[in-house]
Write a protein that binds this ligand. Structure first.
Ligand SMILES: [Fe+2]
Length: 315
């Protein structure tokens, strides 16, 4: 099995690429930021990205899941409660000799899934589990970002019971570590095992339901700002700026002459610039329509470039 962990620090998060080298197929879990490092990692290991999976609809950062799926020609996967063709508990995703069992583990958010991974070349027992923000090292995920906190904590208790039933040696690869807004007493160490967390995790180790819920709801830090808006974008209910940005740049690179006019002249007032060089910008408006990108996005991007270029020349 090929396995790569990607650690992110602003915002704090962990994402993964894993798969079967023998069958040249892999999946990416919880990607964020630039999609190219995932594409490069797949290419360098001779694999094609088949699935891009978000363990849940993130509330603390913009997912790059849809953008990466589009870039790689992969299937984008979420739990079926938030995606018409999403996966369900008990479903298996095949990656050659690597098998992914989907576990619905709600609590942090209602649609959260964990991914139990088995490498059949090593044995029939599961090797590792991607736990997203359900189980992290040292603590579990907060439960009020997408619903009522106590109801979330009760669901999280049931999810914890289910994960605690896994063998001690199963490796835990979480979606975040210390500094993430999605948990409170998280360790800076971004991996663990079920056995270690069963003994030392402040919430996961608690058997009693009421005690567990009390611990889960105690000392919650401030929620991330714009959590609802970020979830709406990640759900696809609002335009995804990462996908739009990729489309915008693909258009700009096709029209370098137009881009160069903006870059050299600078256009703090983009509307004025638009009209003054309408002959040069006209192809851009056609391209925007063709690619279904709002012209505003193109103008904003060009404006940022122009301002950046002016600052560079002035310095
Ligand atoms: Fe989260």
């Amino acid at each position: 099995m090929i396995f790569r962990q990607f650690l992110h620090f602003e915002p704090v998060a962990a994402s993964y690429l894993f798969g079967c080298a023998g069958h040249a197929t892999c999946a990416v879990v919880d990607p964020l930021g630039d999609v190219e490092p995932y594409v490069r990692a797949a290419e360098e290991t001779g694999m094609k990205i088949r699935y891009v999976i978000d363990t849940h609809v993130h509330a603390d950062h913009l997912s790059a899941g849809r953008a990466l799926a589009e870039r790689a020609g992969a299937e984008y996967v979420l739990h079926r409660s938030v995606a018409p063709n999403g996966v369900a508990d008990g479903q298996q995703l095949g990656l050659g000799n690597v098998i992914v069992d989907v576990l619905h583990t709600p609590g942090h958010t209602p649609e959260h899934i964990s991914l139990l991974v088995t490498d059949r070349t090593r044995g029939a027992a599961p090797w590792l589990v991607f736990t997203g923000h359900t189980l992290m090292v040292g603590d579990m995920g907060r439960t009020e970002l997408a619903g009522e906190p106590e109801e979330g904590a009760r669901m999280l208790y049931e999810s914890a019971r289910r994960l605690r039933a896994l063998p001690d040696e199963v490796e835990v690869w979480p979606g975040a570590f210390s500094g993430s807004a999605c948990g409170k007493a998280l360790s800076g160490k971004p991996s663990s095992t079920i056995g270690f967390e069963r003994r030392f995790n402040r919430t996961f180790r608690i058997d009693d339901a009421e005690e567990f819920i009390d611990a889960a709801l105690r000392d919650l830090p401030a929620p991330p700002s714009n959590a609802a808006e970020i979830r709406a974008i990640n759900l696809g209910a609002r335009p995804d700026p990462i996908t739009h940005r990729m489309k915008v740049w693909s258009i700009l690179t096709k029209w370098p002459a137009t881009y160069d006019v903006f870059r050299r002249h600078g256009c703090p007032d983009m509307r004025r610039g638009f009209f003054s060089i309408s002959a040069r910008i006209m192809p851009l408006t056609w391209a925007a329509r063709f690619h279904r990108v709002p012209l505003e996005h193109l103008l904003r991007e060009l404006n940022a470039c122009a301002n950046g270029e002016q600052k560079r020349l002035a310095s």
